[in-house]
Design a protein around this ligand. Sequence first.
Ligand SMILES: Nc1ncnc2c1ncn2[C@@H]1O[C@H](COP(=O)(O)OP(=O)(O)O)[C@@H](O)[C@H]1O
Ligand SMILES: [Mg+2]
Length: 329
Amino acid sequence: MQTDTVPALRVSDLRKTYDNGVEALKGVSLDVAPGDFYALLGPNGAGKSSLIGIVSSLVNKSSGTVEIFGTSIDKDRDGAMRLIGLVPQELNFNMFEKPLDICVNYAGFYGIPRAQALLRAEEELKNAQLWDKADKMSRTLSGGMKRRLMIARAMMTRPRLLILDEPTAGVDIEIRRGMWQTLKAINAAGTTIILTTHYLEEAENLCRNLAIIDHGRIVTEGPMRSLLAKLDVEGFIFDIDGELPAQLPVIEGTALVASDGHTLDMDMPRAMDLNRVFAAFAAAGIRVRSMRTKSNRLEELFVRLTGKPEVTDTDALTPHAQDAQERPA
Ligand SMILES: Nc1ncnc2c1ncn2[C@@H]1O[C@H](COP(=O)(O)OP(=O)(O)O)[C@@H](O)[C@H]1O
Ligand SMILES: [Mg+2]
């Protein structure tokens, strides 16, 4: 089969019901083009890890099909798995081994001769900026280094498709940016990358295409750029001096509500002139003390598409809030 024209990943009507009855995937279909950098974006519990688990043969599917570069995981599981490198959500290497040994032994497990594995380990550890740590006990590496070691190890088999499950969850923003550089370089060198994330900022920074997944379903899919272009609505919060009038002004094309006695919440078309809003406020005797935009664009998109902000993990969908919490002590 010609592998440059078939998708790197094709998932069709994938379903997964766990033994406890939880329907984690309710008919997911998607194609990832060769060379793409693709994000599966969704809140906790959306089904991202279930999908990744099935694609990498760690989890049994209930129904549906998965093909890696045209190779079906049902017909030729080993052949399909040889094309994949997986970076799972949890660190799962032996903390008492050295990065060099971790990489070389991993390659050995895949039948790569030791001499070749040593050369590759040097290259991959250098790519991950870990070569100077190659002989240190892994336990002593920083959180970011451990994450990059997971990537270096997965790259030892020279996968055509690198899959990462929340590669930067719980790491500091500096470390996250460093990992983005590593991943961008791997993608630029020709490896297709799929990653799951609940950081909108991460998807926006890294990926050309994405699917938003929620409650086991793809809510939307397509190029990042066209998804962002859909965002023609902008939200503002106004802090008001003094009392709000009993009747708020009606401003055509906007949705205006009072969130409390001194705060107004407004959605308006991006193209609309704010002067009109201020004129209407002034006419109604509303004095604006300060204003700010409501939220991150992707967050807005996510909330609008899933339509259920109350059931999404909104903290996780606010990258900046998350970053602040996750700075290590
Ligand atoms: N081994 C399992 N057994 C039962 N339910 C599971 C199992 N793994 C995940 N789930 C459930 O499946 C749903 C999707 O989980 P998961 O795929 O881990 O989502 P995500 O990675 O997007 O957070 C959740 O409701 C989760 O509780
Ligand atoms: Mg997960």
